[in-house]
Design a protein. Structure first.
Length: 439
């Protein structure tokens, strides 16, 4: 099949590369000239395991092309994916300007029947808006399909190649058949392709992310109670997660969820609720608790130092919003570092891949002066009063604790991801604080 993907962000680039890998001819379009030039040479703008290999392979096999010319992409393709950003608008709703602009650009260059697919995360009613925009401009026949993406950053290629399910929302039989054909190579069982109408598909995406965010806020809330009553949240997590109705995934308490999706999508669905006069009380609480959870780490550190951390130095391990990505969007590390710096602390930070992006974020916040970016994991510990683990990168899981003790001025570890064992930390002589477990 001939496929065009507009937007080469996480979703667009991964989808384009994977569709090419399953034998289709794919043209990826982006307005960013520099990005496209780099992609043509196989330079990937994001850190995503496995993506470079799959891009290079398919560029070489002449199945994957990059261009800034949307005209070429539209004219040569039967299926056109819109995978542009839907950033948070000023009022918390998703900003659809890029999506609708892409729809108009597609319409201008249509030369026959096209399937226009909304792959971007878009609120309920967007398929209809896209349809109206396109209709204003062209008389060529087309269908709009809502096909939300469920891939996770850091595991994007694997998630795309082996998805749990694929949601296809459209009322057009013709479009449905073509979309099922396109996705068949990625699923072993046809039932994994779930067919529905556009609005249900749009709501499914927000429902999925809100449900996952709910599990996290629920566990963070319980973890805070566990500390008060003297329970161990890790035991509780396994105790409830082994009930097959609950399941073990996405029950890890921590410093709150971040990233480009959960925070934005949770706010966007709340906005949709508001627009339709329906208050989503549970999701509302999920968002509030997530904001509070980030503050809790700063309070915990400050309380340990009896309310005064002025002039103290903290080693931070992990800056990205989760491991295996250099993405700093809505990363809990931002609020934690900002909170500590506001109270007069100095930071020595280390992250395996997110440091360049972090520098940009903290420069915008005007606090880069207070942060030393350390090229090595252990370098960040030098004379630090405490270590704070913010992101659970693999390399932080089994560190050399003796070396940690030797390098730090203090012997305190705040573990925001519960990656160490409290008993072992005690034996090693650390003051150890984690989330929802007894110190
Ligand atoms: C999320 C969803 O998992 C994907 O299914 C979805 O496609 C994507 O959003 C999207 O809408 O594009 P992602 O943002 O890449 O994917 O990251 P997750 O792995 O879901 O993690 C999100 C945040 O939750 C991270 O900050 C992570 O540390 C946190 N988290 C996750 C927890 O605090 N506890 C957990 O048990 C799991």
């Amino acid at each position: 099949m001939k496929v065009c993907v507009i937007g080469t962000g996480y979703v667009g680039l991964v989808a384009g590369a994977c569709f090419a890998d399953s034998g289709n001819t794919v043209i990826c379009v982006d307005i960013d000239k520099e990005k496209i030039e780099k992609l043509k040479k196989g330079i990937i703008p994001i850190y995503e395991p496995g993506l470079q290999e799959i891009v290079l392979k398919n560029v070489e096999k002449e199945r994957l092309f990059f261009t800034t010319e949307i005209k070429e992409g539209v004219e040569k393709s039967d299926i056109i994916f819109i995978a542009v950003g839907t950033p948070e608008g000023e009022d918390g709703s998703a900003d659809l300007s890029y999506v609708l602009q892409a729809a108009r650009d597609i319409a201008k260059h249509m030369n026959g029947y096209k399937i226009i697919v909304n792959k971007s995360t878009v609120p309920v009613g967007t398929a209809e808006k896209v349809r109206k925009e396109v209709e204003k401009i062209t008389n060529h026949p087309f269908d709009v399909v809502s096909n939300p993406e469920f891939l996770k950053e850091g595991a994007a290629v694997q998630d795309f190649l082996k998805p749990d399910r694929i949601v296809i929302g459209t009322n057009s039989e013709k479009a449905r058949k073509i979309m099922v054909d396109l996705y068949s190579p990625f699923v072993r069982k046809k039932e994994r392709i779930i067919l529905m109408d556009n609005v249900s598909a749009e709501l499914t995406k927000y429902a999925a992310n809100s449900m996952l965010a709910t599990r996290i806020s629920f566990m963070n809330d319980l973890a805070n109670l566990a500390e008060k009553v003297g329970a161990d949240i890790e035991k509780v997590r396994i105790g409830i997660g082994t009930d097959s109705r609950i399941g073990l995934a996405f029950l890890f308490p921590g410093v709150g969820y971040g990233g480009s999706c959960f925070p934005k999508d949770v706010k966007a669905i709340l906005k949709t609720g508001e627009e339709y006069g329906h208050k989503l009380s549970i999701i509302d609480a999920v968002e509030r608790l997530n904001k509070e959870q980030r503050k809790i780490m700063v309070d915990r550190v400050t309380n340990f130092f009896k309310g005064d951390i002025k002039g103290k130095t903290f080693a931070i391990w992990g800056l990205s919003f989760k491991p295996n990505t250099d993405d700093m969007r809505e990363a809990p590390a931002i609020d934690i570092i900002k909170g500590l710096v506001e109270k007069g602390a100095k930071i020595q930070a280390y992250d395996p891949v997110a440091m360049e992006n972090a520098k940009k974020v903290f420069s915008r916040l005007g606090i880069n002066e207070e942060i030393t970016y350390c090229p090595k994991q252990y370098g960040a510990l030098q004379d630090a009063d405490a270590l704070i683990v913010v992101t659970e990168w693999m390399e932080f899981r089994k560190p050399d604790f003796e070396l940690i003790k030797k390098l730090m001025a203090g012997n305190t570890i705040f573990d925001g991801r519960n990656i160490y064992k409290p008993e072992q930390m005690k034996e090693l002589g650390f003051n150890y604080f984690s989330i929802g477990r007894k110190p």
